[in-house]
Design a protein around this ligand. Structure first.
Ligand SMILES: [Ca+2]
Ligand SMILES: [Ca+2]
Ligand SMILES: [Ca+2]
Length: 210
């Protein structure tokens, strides 16, 4: 009975389908997956993205139990919910920012280029519902849904895109990651720099005239 009446009145939003077996509050969630801008080892962090919850129902919703988990979570910063939970009145929006934080020097030495995943999780609860049969508001009716928003981002250790990671990153062999003509497999031209990253300069490395 409870399942049917809640389902009947929450079919406004876009996130989760409602069935008689699994009634849930339905609301607007934007975006439903987040891809953050790539972060280089020299960056100060990624561009902030927002995960927004819009209350499209006819009654207040509560958002709570926010957490970010997964292998990439330690690189992320995100907005918190003041007091642990927030009530969204009708048409209210809760916007939760998320971004990749600036790396520490120690982390940069452990990084190599790669893609990381994390998941933002929170609960949305309907704090009341209108009975489909009686058309009366029932403040005691509460239905909950667990929301999971996938988050992905890349850490880039090859800024000049010559195929070799910077020596600042884990296992990196590119001694000048701003110059694609300098890398471990480059020709040692007589140009005044250690072109092939073997720590020998032109004079001591049989350089080739350009
Ligand atoms: Ca490189
Ligand atoms: Ca050279
Ligand atoms: Ca050299």
């Amino acid at each position: 009975m409870l399942a049917r009446r809640v389902c009947a009145l929450l079919l406004l939003g876009s996130v989760t389908a409602c069935s008689s077996e699994n009634p849930v509050p339905v609301f607007g969630l934007y975006p439903q997956a987040v891809t953050l801008t790539p972060v280089a080892y020299t960056d100060s962090g990624s561009t902030e993205e927002l995960v927004s919850v819009l209350n499209e129902t006819y009654f207040p919703l509560v958002v709570r139990n926010l957490e970010v988990i997964g292998p990439g979570a330690s690189f992320l910063t995100w907005g918190t919910i003041q007091g642990g939970q927030q009530t969204l009145q009708i048409r209210d929006v809760l916007a939760i920012p998320v971004k990749v934080r600036p790396p520490t020097d120690q982390e940069v030495r452990r990084w190599s280029s790669g893609t990381f995943q994390a998941t933002m999780k929170f609960e949305v609860a309907g704090s009341g519902a209108i009975d489909a049969e009686t058309q009366k508001f029932d403040p005691d009716a509460e239905e909950r849904v667990q929301v999971e928003v996938p988050i992905s981002f890349s850490i880039v250790c090859d800024l000049d895109q010559d195929g070799y990671d910077s020596t600042r990153c884990s296992g990196g062999r590119d001694c000048d990651d701003a110059q694609p003509s300098t890398n471990p497999d480059a020709i040692e031209y007589c140009d005044g720099v250690d072109s092939d990253c073997d720590l020998r300069d032109d004079l001591n490395d049989d350089c080739v005239e350009t």
